[in-house]
Design a protein around this ligand. Structure first.
Ligand code: UDP
Length: 267
């Protein structure tokens, strides 16, 4: 990709439900849309006859994509990629590109579920430990009693169990399959099995079920709202996440500055 492509490129490609407007940032196409736009787009996708892929990126995802070509390709074949992390929004800004803000599942999902239930959309949850994903479903049902969660399955299964899980999902006939197995595992799984899944929307959500179940605490809202979600997560799970956030954040900033000042091309 040339530098000129990387100018505040509002790339318009036809997508159902309207024009798709994206920026290209570190070689990934990211949709320029806010949380309401995301909801609208998912509802539109849910009623289509085809299968749509919805994915997110945060700084960790961007770093993984720089070293993992398959993941990067899958992100770029998705029908919608939204920014779930202030780092991506600020990083894009350094390149002179504007994203309206971050959309974080743990914030928007209860509200989305109210709307999904009004539309009669059926959801299937795949990912996390079985008791966690069931608790996430139960917490959401507590908030939205009419919500149709037509199945849950943990995300710790063997390759040879995949076809049985896909059968289970297809029989439940969800409009939206929400997959929370962490990046890039969930995106690669979705992409590999997209032809077999008879589901309009395949949506990767990372650690969302841990938050919805209450298993993982998120920290005070003012910190979350001011770009410090990573600090809260680090505080809650330091052993697992210190590398991702302490080394990852420094690496991300270093990459950005390096690419910016050497005007390096991304593809
Ligand atoms: N997970 C899973 N299967 C696996 C590995 C992880 O279902 O083989 C789940 C894990 O239980 C957690 C989520 O995937 O709920 C990963 O969360 P993380 O916070 O790492 O996601 P990300 O930061 O990539 O959004």
């Amino acid at each position: 990709m040339t530098d000129s492509n990387l100018e505040i490129a509002e790339v318009h490609s036809k997508a159902a439900g309207g024009q798709r407007s994206v920026i290209s940032f570190l070689g990934i196409s990211i949709d320029v849309l806010d949380t309401d736009g995301l909801l609208e787009r998912i509802i539109t996708f849910a009623y289509e006859d085809t299968t749509r892929l919805v994915m997110y990126v945060n700084t960790d995802c961007m770093l993984i994509s720089l070293d993992n070509d398959s993941y990067k390709q899958v992100l770029n074949t998705a029908d919608l990629v939204y920014a779930d992390g202030v780092g991506v929004v600020l990083g894009a800004k350094i390149w002179g590109k504007t994203l309206p803000g971050r959309s974080t599942g743990a914030d928007f999902m209860p509200g989305f579920c109210e709307i999904f239930s009004k539309y009669g959309l059926r959801l299937f949850f795949l990912g996390a430990q079985q008791e966690v994903v069931e608790e996430a479903a139960s917490q959401l049902r507590g908030k939205v009693p009419d919500l149709k969660i037509v199945g849950t399955h943990h995300g710790y299964f063997k390759e040879e169990e995949t076809s049985q899980i896909i059968r289970l999902i297809n029989e439940a006939k969800p409009h939206v399959l929400i997959v929370g197995m962490g990046a890039p595992c969930q995106e690669l799984w979705i992409s590999k099995n997209r032809e077999l899944l008879k589901v309009p929307v395949l949506w990767g959500v990372g650690g969302l079920f841990d938050f919805l179940s209450g298993r993982t605490k998120r920290g005070p809202q003012w910190l979350l709202d001011n770009g410090f979600e990573w600090l809260c997560r680090l505080f809650v799970e330091p052993k697992r996440l210190w590398k991702r956030y302490l080394i990852g954040n420094v690496k991300f900033i270093a990459y950005l500055l390096w690419f910016r000042f050497t005007k390096r091309e991304f593809d």
